[in-house]
Design a protein around this ligand. Structure first.
Ligand code: NDP
Ligand code: HSE
Length: 438
């Protein structure tokens, strides 16, 4: 087990850095540029003992003697802290479990790993008393997990809703403001270092779903994994959806929503990631590019919003360094960070039981009785209509319907049946509506 008090005597805190890509490179830069300040803040120097990578020849900016391809040996060596910025499940999982089991503190930005294997990681952390910090895993630079885990631990959080994926927000912002194509904006996000190694993790919503699982687990003191999260990405968002939203004073965002729901008198949680229309007056509508923003609602605290850079090397490295300082201080002062708390065990409700609202845009034949046929389908499924707008043309018309909240299953059945009506030429756009009360 690593020494718990070496910082007390001014001995360096030795760090094993696993990965030196977009984020790792910036971690090295900040540790080097701010070495003197970090020593003063921690009470001991923070030194990189080694850097594990796959292809050492590609890393000319870091001292060659620090590089290794043997991450396992580096973790087993005499280090105090393991910082993991490799990403993915393996070898990160095995390396971090080994680190925690041998009493080494862990700092990671790896949301995919935490959203699938947090139970065994926390178990290993609790068993050895080693710290496990992961602020960078959600919303990049924004201090969000520590407020949920610590500052709001005395309150009852009811809802967490926000934009937690920079790549998809960058793409949607580009499509909305400049009319740029999906492919162009994705390429730009990748060049800027926002996208995951496999960008389908971003555009198909896997990255946001992992973050939603982490947020829900912390906010509701329950164990939520990525598999529990209802997930829809942005690949189905069309130019027609964006235009339909604009016409109604709304904008399209990929949202992660974690909220308490009562079903048949029993409390559970809904955790979901999907595109949604929000009013352009909503604060989340003005979150552009790779920025993230998250609303938190709690019983006593009320509403809070966390906003900042959600992706990119330097912003993410800032969060990693914050965690590194925290665990290094804990080493120096023989303290320990907060433990996991999953005591509430709230069940995650299936999406079908979750109340949502829909915006539906239809191309219909412009003749008498069409509206009543469409309205009858809503009534049949017990879905209440909040607003209808019809624009007639020569021989057809567009009909836009916004519903009140109904179960997602009822809304889906309604849309399926409407699509089959002979008077409906095309279901142009179907999207959930969030962020407004009707
Ligand atoms: P990169 O793909 O840029 O870097 C990954 C690094 O890991 C590379 O240096 C690579 O080595 C190294 N690596 C890969 N496999 C191994 C292995 N088996 N053994 C040792 N080293 C290995 O990823 P990012 O820096 O973008 O992301 C890192 C983590 O941070 C991920 O978990 C990601 O989700 C998370 N994150 C990223 C953000 C971002 O904006 N980029 C924001 C928030 C979190 P080599 O260079 O030699 O190939
Ligand atoms: N690929 C992620 C994003 C990185 O675009 O938000 C930050 O977690």
């Amino acid at each position: 087990m690593a020494s718990q008090n070496n910082g007390e005597h001014g001995k360096p805190i030795k760090v094993a850095l696993l990965g030196c890509g977009t984020v790792g490179t910036e971690v090295v830069r900040l540790l080097t540029d701010q070495a003197a300040d970090l020593t003063a803040r921690v009470g001991a120097p923070v030194e990189i003992a080694g850097i594990a990578v796959r292809r050492p020849h590609k890393h000319r900016d870091v001292p060659a003697e620090l590089l290794t391809t043997d991450a396992e040996a580096l973790v087993e060596s005499d280090v105090d802290v393991v910082v993991e910025v490799i990403g993915g499940i393996e070898p990160a999982r095995t390396l971090l479990l080994a680190a925690l089991r041998s009493g080494k503190a862990v700092v990671t930005a790896n949301k995919a790993l935490l959203a699938e294997h947090s139970a065994e990681l926390f178990e290993a952390s609790d068993a050895s008393g080693a710290d496990l910090y992961f602020e960078a895993a959600v919303a990049g630079a924004i201090p969000l997990l520590r407020p949920l885990r610590e500052s709001l631990a005395g309150d009852r959080i009811t809802r967490v809703m926000g934009i937690v994926n920079g790549t998809t927000n960058f793409i949607l912002s580009g499509m909305d403001s400049t009319g740029a194509s999906y492919a162009e904006t994705l390429e730009e996000a990748t060049q800027l270092g926002y996208a995951e190694a496999d960008p389908t993790a971003d555009v198909d919503g896997f990255d946001a779903a992992s973050k939603a699982a982490i947020l829900a687990s912390l906010a509701f003191h329950s164990r939520v994994t990525a598999a529990d999260v209802h997930r829809e990405g942005i690949s189905s968002v069309s130019a027609a959806d964006i235009a339909a939203a604009k016409a109604l004073g709304r904008t399209v965002k990929l949202l992660a929503i974690c909220e308490r729901v009562i079903t048949d008198g029993v409390e559970g949680i809904s955790v979901r990631v999907h595109p949604a229309m929000i009013p352009t007056s909503h604060p989340l509508a003005s979150v552009h590019g790779a920025f993230n923003a998250v609303f938190v609602e709690a019983d006593a605290a009320g509403e809070m919003m966390f906003y900042g850079q959600g992706a990119g090397g330097a912003p993410t490295a800032s969060a990693v360094l914050g965690d590194l300082v925290a665990v290094a201080r804990n080493r120096v002062h023989r303290g320990r960070g907060p433990r996991e708390s999953a005591y509430a065990g709230l069940p995650v409700r299936p999406m079908g039981q979750t109340p949502t609202r829909y915006h539906i845009s239809l191309d219909v034949a412009d003749r008498a009785g069409v509206l009543s046929q469409v309205a009858a389908v809503f009534a049949e499924h017990d879905v209440s209509i909040a607003a209808v707008r019809q624009e007639g043309r020569v021989d057809d018309a567009s009909l836009v319907i916004v519903t009140h909240a109904a179960t997602d299953a009822a809304l889906r059945s309604t849309v399926d049946k409407i699509g089959g009506l002979p008077v409906v030429r095309e279901v142009v756009s179907v999207m959930r509506v969030e962020g407004e009360e009707l």
